[in-house]
Design a protein around this ligand. Structure first.
Ligand code: DPP
Ligand code: ZN
Length: 853
């Protein structure tokens, strides 16, 4: 730079008289569109191709620097390769057909878009394809036009009249046929229903169609919600990352939750089909008509829809049994996660716990109050993308109930611990319950506030009858708890503080409290109930869930004490009380058979490990196996009686009583199978050969599978030969062997990976074989680390093909800190190995690095 001096000053040669400036301030911000694995061919704005410096393109986003003000038209032409897409997100091919999966961020793999749920637009879709290869062309909404084109091509134009976010877009093209039916809505509109599959599978869609019609009616009856288009399509595909997807009027399903016949599907499959068809259909209102503002609100649609699905299944089956199943799932999957490095609040993405939160609204506000809240929610938010606070506000405002601090359920992670101490004062005839609560610290949330915990409660008198309740002393005043002046048998206490006391007056004898009836809040309950109290509840509680729960608490206690005996090398001795209890349940003809089946099932190994300071898979497995065998030998006659008296005599029927009968028979047979005795093996073989439905055939196979040897190998081979043409049945065959508790099973699983029927690109098979293996603690957590090593190898292979499936698989390693030092080191080494690889997907990186902590 040259220095300037005063001496150099000279007059200018020109002068300006006036200066007129034009600024356009605050003009267009850049338009940023998501796009992954899409090639940009052309980009036009208002008909003009954009120049290279008008936009920027990287591997994730397309930025248009200054689009015109106001409305403008943008056209993009992109190129994608669905046949190479193994991630099964975006547009891909499955068994020769095209299909899509756009939730959560798949649409950006199809074209450039603001791929977020608060961008709602009307979509139309023109599809062109070779007519002989892809005779069926489907998308959302109504078919507007279709026709022939030159060269054997044809086209279809679909228009969806409802605005929707991109994650609900869908397209299907292929050789499919449909089962057709119709439904007349409450306002008298006829809706055409179609379930699409390859032609050979059509006979297996009868149950799915029954489920669809049943759920459409139920949603009208229970929530007053009517379907809003004239066509509803369901398509079943064999390769799908999840269960199903609720795309507007074009639901795409994993064929596992559509196809069923009595010979190939179990009762559990039938129930899952009913539930998932229900779930996706419910999303039309809770998810599609009212959607999420952002993905932190996922529970707004998923929690609510899972809840609606649970209610639907309960109304069609046995309510307490459905509740038991839901709570077992919560304990198996959610609680361990809550206590580990992956702990997160209901927001952003807890399905199961989200449903519990919705259930608490209903518990607090009653059926009719909950319905009022739902009605207000739809009235306020139809057509909008909203938040969990909006849902809360609708419930609050419709009922005039503040429900202070309830929203913490959405933001605080971890499972709250609730402690109860009770005391009876014979002189004052009062019964007091003192609650204290604590929410354990979780990653990023060291300190927690007390939660709003609805505690449904009943008090049993010495005859086991519910004591009528009309008032409770709480917070310095006597609260009326009658229902329009009538005493109640169950009341809902609102525990909102760290410590809180409730006192009942006029209680004539020491009652046994039945606390948290129906599992009214997703907490871990510790109480001062004695074993005698628990046995009393098991025998008498009018709340069936708590009856089952009392048995489970006793079972957990017993198992934990045997685990410590085992660890101290003490001989294992079973408390005869347990045999006695199970015997009386087995013999109680007044009880529902499915309930009996649940009640005689011991808590799972994972659930017990979850309660230990240091999880010990070997000890827990040894103890559970020991108890099972003791029950089987101690109650052999009773169990044989159950098997013999619950055989099918009739054609397969999907109804509660036949399913309950089969469930009980199968569990009895499984207990007996643990003995590995020759006569039982013969019995199970006989059951296997004569079974007329998959539920019983598979039940027999489960019983036989437990004992290594020639018979086991032969029957497994026979099953495969019989069903090798049916990939859904073959998946069951993989999963049974994967979950096997036979020692050293990892070697068998490694062999099965190379079996011609295994396909690592198919998520169902990965889930059956690799997921199944990880679900069997004794082999997955083998001392020598062979299970962890196998998983590490599989995760790397999977990640190259399908990051979503790979990340689900790697999460089996996330709780490594719960185990002994030796196992910790082995599991940690696998996580480090995975993280050291180049080109790891973000999905796997996130789970593996969070797990490493
Ligand atoms: N939104 C999908 C469903 O609800 C995700 N699994 O089924
Ligand atoms: Zn869902």
């Amino acid at each position: 730079p040259k220095e300037i001096f005063l001496k150099d000053y000279k007059q200018p040669d020109y002068f300006f008289d006036t200066v007129d400036l034009n600024f356009t301030l605050g003009c267009s911000s850049p338009l940023i569109l998501d796009g992954v694995d899409v090639k940009l061919i052309s980009l036009k704005v208002n008909g003009k191709e954009l120049k290279e410096d008008d936009f920027h393109l990287d591997s994730r986003q397309l930025t248009v620097f200054s689009p015109p003000n106001g409305k403008f038209m943008m056209e993009t032409v992109t190129e994608i390769y669905p046949q190479k897409n193994t991630s099964l997100e975006g547009l891909y091919k499955s068994s020769g057909n095209f299909c899509t999966q756009c939730e959560a961020e798949g649409f950006r793999k199809i074209t450039f878009f603001q791929d977020r749920p608060d961008i709602m637009a009307k979509f139309s879709c023109r599809i062109e394809a070779d007519k002989s290869l892809y005779p069926v062309l489907l998308s959302n909404g109504n078919l507007i036009k279709q026709g022939e084109m030159e060269g054997g091509m044809h086209y279809a134009i679909w228009e969806d009249p409802f605005k929707k976010p991109s994650y609900l877009f869908a397209l299907v093209a292929g050789k499919l046929e449909s089962r057709d039916d119709s439904f007349v809505t409450c306002s008298g509109r006829k809706v055409i229903l179609k379930i699409w599959t390859p032609s050979q599978d059509l006979p297996k869609t009868e149950h799915a169609m029954y489920s669809l019609k049943t759920v459409m009616k139920w949603d009208e009856d229970v929530f007053g919600l009517e379907y809003d288009l004239d066509l509803f399509n369901i398509v079943a595909v064999p390769d799908f990352n999840m269960g199903a997807m609720e795309n507007k009027s074009l639901n795409i399903f994993n064929s596992k939750v559509v196809l069923a016949s009595p010979e190939t599907a179990t009762d559990a499959d039938y129930a899952a089909i009913l539930g998932v068809i229900g779930h996706e259909y419910f999303h039309n209102w809770t998810g599609n008509r009212v959607t999420c503002r952002d993905w932190f609100q996922l529970s707004l649609k998923e929690g609510l829809t899972v809840f609606r699905e649970q209610e639907f299944s309960s109304d069609l089956g046995c309510r307490p049994v459905k509740r038991i199943a839901a709570v077992s799932k919560l304990r198996t999957y959610q609680f361990p996660q809550d206590a580990g490095p992956m702990a997160h609040p209901v927001r952003p993405h807890s399905y199961i716990k989200g449903a519990e939160v919705v259930r608490m609204y209903k518990t607090l506000l009653s059926n009719s109050g909950f319905r009022k809240g739902m009605d207000l929610y739809f009235k306020r938010h139809d057509g909008q993308a909203v938040t969990c606070e909006d849902f809360f506000a609708a419930m609050r405002d419709a009922n005039g109930d503040e429900m202070a601090n309830f929203l913490l359920w959405y933001s605080q992670a971890g499972t709250p611990r609730l402690n109860v101490n009770s005391a009876y004062n014979a002189q004052d005839r009062t019964f007091s319950l003192k609650f204290s609560q604590e929410v354990p610290p979780t990653p990023g949330q060291p300190i927690k506030e007390p939660m709003f915990i609805p505690v449904a409660l009943g008090l049993l008198d010495s005859n086991g009858k519910d004591i009528p309740l009309s008032s409770v002393y709480h917070d310095g005043k006597l609260e009326n708890i009658t229902n329009n002046g009538h005493p109640v048998h169950t009341t809902v206490l609102r525990v909102t503080k760290e410590k809180e006391e409730f006192v009942f007056n006029n209680i004539l004898e020491r009652p046994v409290p039945s606390i948290l009836r129906g599992y009214s809040a997703p907490v871990r309950l510790d109480s001062d109930l004695t074993d005698a109290d628990l046995s009393f509840l098991l025998a008498n509680d009018s709340d069936e869930f708590n009856r089952w729960e009392a048995g489970q608490v006793l079972g957990r206690k017993l198992m934990l004490s045997l685990v410590s005996d085992y660890q101290l090398n003490k001989p294992l001795v079973l408390n005869p009380q347990l045999l006695h209890g199970i015997k009386s349940i087995l013999g109680d003809s007044s009880m529902d058979k499915e309930f009996i089946a649940k009640a005689i099932t011991l808590p799972g190994e994972g659930e017990i490990m979850d309660l230990m300071e240091v999880a010990d898979p070997d000890a827990v497995h040894a103890v559970r196996t020991f108890i099972r065998k003791q029950i089987a030998s101690g109650l052999k006659e009773e169990l044989l009686y159950v098997v013999k008296n619950n055989r099918s005599s009739e054609q397969y029927e999907f109804n509660h009583s036949s399913m309950a009968r089969r469930a009980l028979k199968n569990i009895a047979l499984a207990y007996l199978g643990s003995l590995g005795a020759a006569e039982i093996t013969q019995l199970a073989l006989q059951e296997y050969k004569t079974a007329t439905n998959m539920t019983e055939q598979f039940g027999a196979l489960v019983a036989l599978e437990q004992t290594p040897g020639q018979i086991r190998d032969d029957v497994l081979a026979d099953f495969y030969n019989k069903w090798q043409h049916d990939f859904l049945v073959v998946s069951k065959w993989f999963s049974l062997q994967a979950m096997s508790e036979v020692p050293g099973n990892v070697e068998n699983v490694r062999k099965l990976i190379n079996h011609p029927a295994f396909d690592i690109r198919n998520p169902n098979k990965v889930h059956s074989l690799i997921g199944g293996f990880c679900a069997s603690p004794v082999n997955f957590h083998a001392k020598d680390g062979s299970g962890y090593k196998f998983l590490g190898e599989m995760v790397l292979q999977l990640d190259k093909l399908n990051p979503q499936v790979a990340s689900r698989t790697v999460s089996a390693l996330s709780r490594w800190k719960r185990y002994d030092e030796n196992r910790q080191a082995l599991a940690k080494a696998q996580l480090i190995m995975i993280l050291s690889k180049n080109g790891l997907s973000e999905n796997v990186f996130e789970i593996a690095s969070k797990s490493l902590g």
